[in-house]
Design a protein around this ligand. Structure first.
Ligand code: NAP
Length: 313
C-alpha cells in the first residue's frame, strides 16, 4: 500500500465497488479501503430483486456484492481492510490514517454508507446480541420456531419480516403509523403471508428478559396504551429486529465537509465542496437510496475523479 494513489475509495458497498470498477477500468491506481467484509448493507440482505439484470435464483445481497468485488479486482483495484481514524482532505494529497498506516491519494471517494439506527427503546443496548438484532440474514436462524418482532415500516422492515418467516413461528411488525412506507410490491407479499401480523400506530417502548429478550413492551402512539408481548414459557426467549432507518457514517468528516443531517452534500457529479473529494451512495444527501442509485453514484464519482486528475496534470 505504498505510494500515492490516484483514487482512494473509502467503503466497499455497492457505491464503493462501482467506483472501483470505473476507476480500475480508467487505469487509475486505485485503493479501496473497507473496515470489514466488502458489500456494505446489501451484503446483509437476504433477497435482492430490484437490481437491473438480477434474475439469478438464489441471489442474495452477499453473492451480488461478492461478484461486484470480483469485478473490481479484475480491473486491478487494490483492497485493504483497515479502520480509518483520521482524514486530511485539503491540499493536493488526501491523507487517511488507519490502524495499519497512512494512505495517500490525489482524490478521495467517500462511500462509507450508513449504519442501522437504534430502535430507541429502553434496555435496547443491553440486549443487542441477546435477542435484539439489526440483521435478519445474520441472526434470523437463531429464532427458528420462536416469536419475533420487527420494528419499522419501510422496505427493510417489511422485506426482512418476510425473510424472518422462514425461521420464526410468527413475526409481528410494529410500525408507528397505520400505513407502511415499504414499496407496494413488498407490502403485498407481507399482507399475503399468514405468519406476519401488524401492530399499527405503535412503537417499541422497552425490552426485558433475563439472559435474552423475553418480553417486548409496545406503546400505542395514539392512545398511549401499552401492551406486553411475551415469549411463551416453553420458548424462553423471543427476537426483536430493528429496521427504523439508518444513520450516515460521517463522523470522520464532521467539521471538514458540509453535512446536512449528518449526510454529505454533493453536486450532481458527486463533488463535495473540497476539490478532489467526492461522495457516493447512501452517505450523501439524496432522495432515493437503492443499490442501483449507489452504483450509479459510484460510477459518476470515479469518472469525475478521473477528470479531476486529468485537469490537474
Ligand atoms: P426507511 O425507508 O427510512 O424506513 C424507516 C422506517 O422506520 C419507516 O417506516 C419509519 O417510519 C420507521 N422509523 C423511523 N424512525 C423511527 C423511530 N424512531 N421509531 C419507530 N419507527 C421509526 O429505512 P429502510 O427501510 O431501512 O430503507 C432505507 C433505504 O433503503 C430506503 O431508501 C429504501 O427504499 C432502501 N431499501 C430498499 C430496498 C429494496 O428496494 N428492496 C430494501 C431495503 C431498503 P415512517 O414510515 O413513519 O417514517
Amino acid at each position: 500500500m505504498e505510494g500515492l494513489y490516484d483514487v482512494i475509495i473509502l467503503g466497499g458497498g455497492p457505491a464503493g465497488l462501482s467506483a472501483g470498477l470505473y476507476a480500475g477500468r480508467s487505469r487509475l491506481k486505485t485503493l479501496l479501503i473497507e473496515k470489514g467484509a466488502p458489500g456494505g448493507q446489501i451484503a446483509l440482505s437476504a433477497d435482492v430483486e430490484n437490481y437491473p439484470g438480477q434474475v439469478l435464483d438464489g441471489e442474495t445481497g452477499f453473492t451480488l456484492s461478492a461478484r461486484m468485488a470480483e469485478q473490481c479486482a479484475r480491473f486491478g483495484v487494490e483492497r485493504v481492510t483497515d479502520t480509518i481514524r483520521a482524514v486530511q482532505l485539503d491540499g493536493a494529497e488526501k491523507r487517511l490514517t488507519g490502524g495499519k498506516g497512512e494512505y495517500r491519494a490525489r482524490t478521495l471517494i467517500i462511500a462509507t454508507g450508513a449504519s442501522p439506527r437504534p430502535i430507541g427503546c429502553e434496555n435496547e443496548k443491553e440486549f443487542v446480541g441477546r435477542g435484539v438484532s439489526y440483521c435478519a440474514t445474520c441472526d434470523g436462524a437463531f429464532f427458528r420456531g420462536l416469536e419475533v418482532c420487527v420494528a419499522g415500516g419501510g422496505d427493510s422492515a417489511v422485506e426482512e419480516a418476510i425473510f424472518l418467516t422462514r425461521f420464526a413461528r410468527q413475526v409481528t411488525v410494529i410500525h408507528r403509523r397505520d400505513t407502511l412506507r415499504a414499496a407496494k410490491s413488498i407490502q403485498e407479499r407481507a399482507f399475503a403471508n399468514p405468519k406476519i401480523r401488524f401492530l399499527w400506530d405503535s412503537v417499541v417502548a422497552r425490552v426485558d428478559g433475563n439472559e435474552a429478550v423475553e418480553a417486548v413492551t409496545v406503546r400505542n402512539v395514539r392512545t398511549g396504551e401499552t401492551t406486553v408481548l411475551r415469549a411463551p414459557e416453553e420458548d424462553g426467549m423471543m427476537g426483536l429486529f430493528g429496521f427504523v432507518g439508518y444513520l450516515p457514517n460521517t463522523e470522520l468528516f464532521a467539521g471538514k465537509l458540509e453535512l446536512e443531517n449528518g449526510y454529505i452534500r454533493t453536486d450532481g457529479d458527486m463533488r463535495t465542496e473540497v476539490p478532489g473529494v467526492f461522495a457516493a451512495g447512501d452517505v450523501r444527501v439524496k432522495s432515493v437510496r437503492q443499490v442501483v442509485t449507489a452504483a450509479s453514484d459510484g460510477a459518476i464519482a470515479a469518472i469525475q475523479a478521473e477528470r479531476f486528475i486529468s485537469d490537474s496534470l
